[in-house]
Design a protein around this ligand. Structure first.
Ligand code: WT7
Length: 646
């Protein structure tokens, strides 16, 4: 990876004086306070929550094991629901919008009652106890948020699996977590098509060799009648839930008790079950929502991420609901039925804060300025971006055409593992630089380290979080060794897997992954996962997967494939292989290009030189090829790539 230093002409743009005047955080001393005594700072943030038993200990840090607020107890659902009922019972918690423009509103009171009824179902119909696991495989509907909070109410650990994952990927996550109950829906809608979730679930459970005892099925789009309900195993969501009381006592959770597991891709074929705590996680979700998004009571907050990803956990559910905010949840796609769906929705619901991803922004850019221009976007006051580096052009377009020059932009860097935003400017305090995330949040220490682990004061290197923070991952479910190896073996501090540059203002520009993890449209996909999906196909002997720069998606997947000895190339084989990947992992992991080749660039010891494949697809200088055992292959591959591009 080449790391250039910042060009000196990076623009510096300050938020408007009107924004700064009304901002929640406008006193720069917050950084000094947090620096001077980070534990006191985080204790103060944690005290914003309602604790059942207040904590007296702040941090116990035995690298890499953190305990935050360890002797405190709380219930996370209480903090997202009950604490608001005295003053905000009638306030809208969730505005849900479906693909066809249908919408639903749930007040804090209605949401609380729905959560309690489901929690009672989980407890009394399925006999779930604190610490049990539940897998949620659902569309973006209020019932998904309800299910997440019902688990939190009981201290049941939720594992949300994005509804775009295949039956095989779902099963793998169910088995790894040892979930006893699965909550799903008849189907989800995707651009007018149905995604038959219950059928996918049936396929995942077909061999009856998982720990799942019961499946709760939400009739979301009226396709319930087409679902085969297995007697004694499958229950209808509303039939079951409506019999339950809407009162329940919250489980008293220790701060360190696990709130959820969320699977994410790593450098091996097996996904990692990232574990998050209760008290520390919620402290940071709450604080970061307040500080970064400047969230206030009157705001309508729309984070466009699916709840299947960490962004949806922290900024659709836990952060904003712990603030008593109104959130928008949208089930559909940005381009369905028309490409102005987002702008229509913003004006319809008077969205004031929009948090979305660079890949979406680049698509909007391509679709044209006339689309946002045709809608009233005057309700917007702050914009956010997350998921991958944002190129300055896209940043400027977002600023000008969506923010109309009026809204500051927060470029937020974080990861599934960090639980919440780690690097982002606070808009009233730090001016923006397009394409550069900015400063670590108060209370967070992020540094750029060189190969030896020394901090770089200006320039490029590896991004590391050098002090513990409340929402840090508590480990990988069932794999302590992998936790230590992945994040704590390269440096003494947390290694994020990203490269970054720090400039003379201490601003951090995150460049992207330095490991074998791809970022496709802001979704993390391990090259190994795609490779194992490909070699599982009988026609494939060997596969190597790399990322190729993509104008909209950031990266696209290219797979180099060697066929088995008795397999001839036939018309449509590429399509078959793409389909095999979609079936194994899910549509998000589909390669954009399959290159069938007689061989791959290898060292004398037989190791595939991915670096060369990466340079080939990016049409960059190949660099040192002297260790190649088969240098001729480079030419062959180059020709093949050119042929396919032609
Ligand atoms: C990886 C984490 C956390 C939300 C969504 C993705 C990349 C994320 C930024 C940003 C540059 C970013 C990093 C990171 N990333 N935000 N603002 N600028 N890169 O979560 O799937 O855990 O992926 O996304 O490479 O390591 P995730």
């Amino acid at each position: 990876m080449t790391i250039d230093s910042f060009s000196d002409d990076t623009e510096v743009i300050a938020a408007s004086s009107a924004f700064c005047r009304d901002a929640r955080y406008k006193d720069p001393s917050i950084y000094d306070q947090a620096n001077k005594d980070p534990e006191a700072f985080w204790a103060k943030q944690a005290r914003q929550l309602q604790w059942m038993r207040p904590f007296t200990q702040v941090l116990d840090w035995q690298t890499p094991q953190a305990k935050w607020f360890a002797d405190g107890t709380l219930n996370v659902a209480d903090n997202c629901l009950d604490v608001h009922l005295a003053t905000h019972a009638k306030k809208t918690a969730i505005i849900w919008e479906g693909e066809e423009g249908e919408s639903r509103r749930l007040s804090y009171l209605a949401l609380t009652m729905a959560v309690n009824q489901l929690a009672n179902t989980l407890k009394h119909t399925f006999y779930l106890n604190k610490g049990d696991r539940v897998t949620l495989y659902m569309p973006m509907v209020p019932e998904l948020a309800i299910a997440v909070l019902a688990c939190a109410r009981l201290g049941v650990i939720h594992s949300v699996v994005f509804a775009g994952f295949s039956a095989k990927a779902l099963k793998e996550r169910i088995v790894d977590s040892g979930s006893r109950v699965l909550i799903t829906a008849d189907a989800a809608k995707r651009r007018g098509q149905l995604l038959p979730l219950k059928q996918i679930v049936d396929q995942a459970l077909r061999d009856d060799d998982t720990t799942i005892e019961n499946v709760l099925v939400l009739g979301h789009i009226g396709a319930k009648s087409q679902c085969q309900m297995q007697a004694d195993r499958d229950y209808d969501y509303y039939e079951t839930v409506q019999e339950q009381s809407s009162q329940i006592a919250s489980e008293e959770m220790a701060s360190e008790d696990i709130l959820f597991i969320l699977y994410t891709s790593g450098t091996t074929g097996k996904p990692k079950g990232i574990m998050h705590s209760s008290g520390g996680y919620l402290t940071h979700a709450h604080f970061s929502t307040k500080a970064v998004f400047d969230l206030k009571d009157a705001d309508i907050f729309w984070c466009t991420a699916d709840i299947g990803w960490i962004t949806g956990h922290s900024y659709v559910i836990y952060g904003p609901l712990s603030m008593g905010a109104t959130v928008v949840m949208y089930e559909g796609s940005p381009d369905y039925p028309k490409k102005d769906r987002f702008w229509e929705l913003i004006s319809k619901h008077q969205v004031s804060i929009l948090y979305t991803a660079p890949t979406a922004i680049r698509a909007f850019m391509k679709w044209g300025d006339h689309l946002p221009k045709a809608h009233d976007l005057s309700s917007l006051r702050l914009l956010g971006t997350v998921g991958e580096p944002i190129n300055p052009e896209a940043w400027k377009w977002y600023h000008q055409h969506i923010g109309q020059g009026r809204c500051p932009i927060v470029d937020t860097w974080w990861q599934t593992e960090t639980g919440g935003i780690m690097i982002s400017n606070l808009s009233a305090l730090n001016p923006m630089k397009p394409g550069i995330a900015g400063l670590p949040l108060p209370g967070i220490e992020a540094k750029v380290l060189n190969e030896k682990g020394e901090s770089v004061s200006e320039g490029g290197g590896y991004l590391s979080l050098t002090q513990p923070w409340p929402s840090m991952l508590r480990g990988i479910w069932g794999d302590e060794a992998r936790f230590r190896e992945t994040y704590w073996s390269k440096f003494d501090s947390y290694f994020a897997g990203d490269a970054a540059i720090v400039d003379h203002d201490g601003y951090l520009k995150v460049l992207g992954r330095v490991d074998d993890v791809l970022n496709v449209s802001g979704h993390r996909i391990g090259t190994m996962e795609v490779e194992s999906a490909l070699v599982a196909h009988p026609a494939v002997a060997e596969a190597a997967v790399v990322g190729m720069p993509d104008e909209i998606k950031g990266q696209a997947i290219v797979a180099f494939v060697i066929l088995t000895a008795n397999q001839d190339v036939y018309e449509g084989i590429e399509l078959d292989l793409v389909r095999a990947v979609a079936e194994d992992i899910g549509a998000i992991a589909k390669p954009k290009q399959i290159v069938i080749s007689p061989d791959l660039p290898k060292t004398r010891s037989g190791k595939i030189m991915r670096r060369i494949l990466k340079s080939l697809v990016a049409q960059q200088e190949l660099g040192d090829c002297s260790t190649l055992a088969n240098p001729d292959i480079v030419d062959t591959l180059q020709k093949q790539l050119q042929l396919q591009h032609a």
